[in-house]
Write a protein that binds this ligand. Sequence first.
Ligand code: DQA
Length: 148
Amino acid sequence: MKVLVINGPNINMLGIREPDIYGHKTFADLESFIRESARECGAEVELFQSNHEGAIVDKIQEAYGAKDGIVINPAAYTHTSVAILDALKAVALPAVEVHISDVDAREKFRQISYAGMACEKKFSGMGFEGYRAAIKYLAEKYGGACRS
Ligand code: DQA
């Protein structure tokens, strides 16, 4: 199956930003991890990162008719973006929300997720493993792969 993995603002700063929360591994490490996770599940993966809300909306729209599922860490836009929520609803692809940190155990404003309202599953607080779990979930449910 074809999976689009979207990372939102500041995820490209992994390894530099707040290592006590997000760890010391870099964004390049995350990209390798995601590619390896997709390989394990026999999924074809495209990676996209942007610091811009509209660019993320555009990318979600492009997935329509081209991808079978979306894994998204909308980062700060999780808690603010109705536009990303609407884009996910518009393309109506199976979507899974991922957060590196445990958003529900942090500030109250992080406990609201707009994008999550269009996602069928959420993996939060698992570090990079959340991306693997999300790809595995989609591959098992929609891709006929990763069953063990
Ligand atoms: C995040 C959590 C968000 O609240 C935050 O704004 C991020 C990253 C995470 O992966 O834990 O940028 O989505």
